[in-house]
Design a protein around this ligand. Structure first.
Ligand SMILES: NC(=O)c1ccc[n+]([C@@H]2O[C@H](COP(=O)([O-])OP(=O)(O)OC[C@H]3O[C@@H](n4cnc5c(N)ncnc54)[C@H](OP(=O)(O)O)[C@@H]3O)[C@@H](O)[C@H]2O)c1
Length: 283
């Protein structure tokens, strides 16, 4: 039987690195730690080697189509397929007083968190083996951001007729409206500031990521492939800050549950999870 293979994006640190550690211990196959920066990625692999673990490394910037194509070529050459894909790479402008203009924040956040995730799926889904597992790392902030949207936009996003193409257009339109500072009038949410600060772009991008899993699941209803999204919970990382209650290793519990759903499981598929439980964030 051919070797099974798992890929984690944005895995040189934080929750991504912890998920590579967990997969090295629990997944029966090769595990690729990928990172946009080769030096940082190789250093992370060396650190895991010191723990007695043996991930492989590939450079991957999810905003670069060329980089995504190189990954696909490597997987096809060495394995002929892909068994587990964890879309973890993400960014957040987490300071309310960040001097970066909000139009640039919106562009960069949607380009990475939503479009990068979508692009890697479009490239790698054709090589998913039967019984593959795909997990998008989202955030529960999508519920608060969704509640901050106009009813019209909420209806569009949750319409059973919504397509992936239309979702991408809504994400693109969000960036344009932020650039023109008309996003509130267009029905998009403001930053979430209850307890924490989440930029409007982060919340909207994570709505996109969670809905992407729902829409992809509707299109891929074969071969036992299961696609889901989850919130890993507030976690002590560069993105989450040092006040968070859990470590990156603890944050892997729900993503690992979804990535390692036993063979022949007929679900969950197209759902969002939190604490290993389905999270109905837009109902
Ligand atoms: N921490 C939390 O409390 C929390 C809560 C809910 C959801 N999440 C989600 O969990 C995921 C991981 O977050 P984290 O807390 O571990 O953050 P983190 O420590 O900041 O790590 C983010 C990772 O994503 C990588 N990345 C960013 N842009 C990339 C790109 N274009 N291509 C490839 N990799 C890229 C970063 O690489 P560099 O090192 O090169 O920047 C880094 O490895 C994110 O999707 C985040 O939204 C986190």
């Amino acid at each position: 039987m051919s070797t099974r293979v798992a890929v984690v994006t944005g895995a040189n640190k934080g929750i991504g690195l912890a998920m590579v550690r967990a997969l090295c211990k629990q997944f029966d196959g090769d595990v690729y730690l990928t990172a946009r920066n080769e030096e940082r990625g190789k250093k992370a692999v060396e650190d895991l080697e010191k723990e007695g673990l043996h991930p492989k490394f590939l450079q991957l910037d999810i905003t670069s189509q060329e980089s995504i194509e190189v990954i696909k070529k490597t997987l096809v050459e060495h394995y002929g397929a892909l068994d587990v894909l964890i879309n973890n790479a993400g960014i957040h402008y987490s300071q309310a007083n960040d001097p970066t203009p909000i139009g640039i924040q919106a562009h960069n956040t949607i380009t990475t968190n939503f479009t990068g995730t979508r692009n890697i799926c479009q490239e790698l889904f054709p090589i998913l083996r039967p019984q593959s597992r795909v997990v998008h790392i989202s955030s529960e902030v999508c519920e608060l951001s969704f509640k901050g949207m106009s009813k019209d936009l909420q209806m569009k996003l949750t319409s059973p007729a919504l397509t992936e193409h239309e979702l991408a257009k809504i994400m693109e339109n969000f960036v344009h409206t932020v650039e023109q500072d008309i996003y509130k009038a267009a029905g998009y949410p403001s930053p979430v500031t209850s307890g924490f600060y989440f930029s409007q772009a982060y919340g909207v991008s994570k709505i996109g990521v969670s809905l992407l899993a729902e829409l992809q699941a509707k299109c891929i209803m074969k071969k036992g492939i299961l696609i889901n999204s989850c919130c890993p919970g507030w976690t002590r990382t560069d993105l989450g800050g040092n006040r968070a209650p859990q470590s990156p290793d603890e944050a892997t519990e729900t993503p690992m549950y979804l990535a390692l759903l036993p063979p022949k499981s007929d679900g969950p598929h197209g759902k969002m999870f939190r604490n290993k439980t389905i999270y109905n964030w837009h109902s």
